[in-house]
Design a protein around this ligand. Structure first.
Ligand code: ASP
Ligand code: MG
Length: 459
């Protein structure tokens, strides 16, 4: 059995839904279809809640009306008149409920996370009904499943976590019979409910998480994430126009890249599936023939020297020097206590006997951090830095690779170099102005035409 998850752009309009129907129709294994809201609808819903809560009730209700018009227009994808009118009824019901919530919000002026979830969930409840009707219209035996009955979560509204044991039981109860009968369950991603039945959401981008949860709970053979790009790309095509998709990545490699903004899929969302050894494939619904990117628990043996290059801009490097650090213990603890106190994540760290260098990307607390560090060390700070990261399993086994990487960057000032014991990646900190040239050099050298299967991603 395969879980096929379609993101917002893959259900954006009637045309996209037709493509989805044909992809599901071509699936020769049993399948479960998980869908996001139509593109931009979740943003729209959150805006509507905000407007209503701040007293702009008319504006909010107008926005609900235009969202309704858009959905009814897309419903024209269903050609059978009776089925289309049944669908229109369902959608209209959903929108009436939404209008009542919005008017209540207009009066109460208090947008609690719980209410926000009730509003945000509407997007996936609508899109899943639309997609289910479209599949049925094409003669496929689709059944709509209310995700609120299938995914049981804790009560942490707007970023709820699944209660896996209960969810597994519910999914079996709600879906297994349909699957065994050859039917195709269709459900909205992103949405769940607490044990008491309060609607919850799994956090933005949570449909991938739903696909991971469902795939893991029902032991799918594969999870397919259908999106609008060819997979995790080898480079930000804005920096490296010749960037291509990475054919295969291990979960750990994909996780390293995710930090650097390979935004197609955040691997942590499919971790439940990867832990059970279920492969995740990222595919392009506009170009289904493209092989996409396959993410598996371990790396495949590969003769590629590197899997990918990625970068992150707008980081700040901080150098902390103290002669008191000489032969002392507890210095690092003091340094990191400062970052913890200011709730600022540290990304790269290098140390020598008398100094520590770190990078951060959130500068909002920088003044407080520098002052606090200044109480016990000499501190200097360089803004406009960038991280350049190379990812690949060969870094672990090939001692010459690091030398070749550094050699390729000759003449470019590297202010920090960091490699952890896992040696899946190496990160360089350099001036942002040098980043494009550095990226291009590494890409040409390790992923150019003569190198096999290039890869690099950039935020
Ligand atoms: N529709 C939700 C969002 O935009 C969930 C998702 O698309 O994954 O965040
Ligand atoms: Mg997404």
């Amino acid at each position: 059995m395969v879980v096929m998850k379609f993101g917002g752009t893959s259900v954006a309009d009637a045309e996209a839904i037709r493509r989805l129907v044909s992809l599901v129709g071509r699936q020769d294994r049993g399948c479960i279809v998980v869908v996001s809201a139509l593109a931009r609808v979740t943003d729209g819903l959150l805006q509507i809640a905000g407007l209503a809560g701040s007293g702009a009730a008319d504006e909010a209700s107008g926005a609900v009306d235009s969202m309704k018009a858009r959905h009814l227009e897309v419903a024209a994808v269903v050609s059978d008149a009776r089925r289309r009118s049944a669908l229109a009824h369902e959608l209209t019901d959903e929108f009436s409920t939404l209008q009542s919530v919005v008017s209540a919000l207009g009066v109460l002026r208090d947008v609690t996370p719980r209410v926000l979830d009730a509003v945000a969930a509407v997007g996936e409840l609508l899109s899943s009904r639309l997609v289910c009707a479209a599949l049925q219209d094409a003669g496929l035996s689709a059944v709509w499943i209310d995700a609120r009955r299938a995914i049981v979560t804790n009560g942490d509204h707007t970023r709820a976590l699944p209660l896996m044991a209960e969810t597994k039981e519910r999914l079996r109860l709600e879906l297994a019979g349909h699957l065994a009968g050859g039917h195709i369950p269709v459900l909205g991603g992103f949405v769940g409910a607490t044990r008491d039945g309060a609607t919850t959401t799994l956090g933005r981008g949570g449909s991938d998480y739903s696909a991971g949860i469902i795939g893991a709970a029902l032991e799918a053979d594969e999870i397919q994430i259908w999106t609008d790009v060819d997979g995790i790309l080898t480079a930000d095509p804005r920096v490296i126009p010749s960037a291509r998709p990475v054919p295969r990545l291990s979960f750990d490699e994909a996780s390293e890249l995710a930090y650097f903004g390979a935004k197609v899929l955040h691997p942590s969302t499919v971790q439940p599936a990867i832990e059970r050894n279920i492969p995740v494939r990222i595919l392009n619904s506009r170009r289904p023939e493209a092989p996409g990117t396959l993410i598996t628990v371990s790396s495949a043996p590969s003769d590629r020297q590197l899997m990918a290059i990625a970068c992150k801009r707008d980081v700040t490097a901080i150098d902390i020097t103290s002669t008191r650090m000489l032969m002392a213990y507890g210095f690092l603890a003091r340094v990191f206590e400062v970052f913890a106190r200011f709730q600022t994540a540290v990304d790269v760290v290098t140390t020598s006997e008398v100094s520590v260098s770190v990078t951060i990307d959130n500068r909002s607390e920088i003044d407080g951090i520098l002052a606090a560090l200044g109480e016990f060390a000499d501190v200097s700070c360089q803004p406009d830095m960038a991280l350049l990261c190379a990812v690949g399993q060969h870094l672990r086994t090939d001692p010459t690779l690091v030398a070749r990487l550094v050699g390729t960057l000759e003449g470019i000032g590297l202010s920090m170099v960091s490699q952890a014991a896992s040696r899946r990646n190496i990160t360089f900190v350099l001036r942002q102005a040098d980043l494009p040239a550095a990226m291009q050099r590494l890409h040409d050298r390790f992923f150019g035409d003569e190198a096999r299967e290039p890869s690099a991603a950039c935020e």
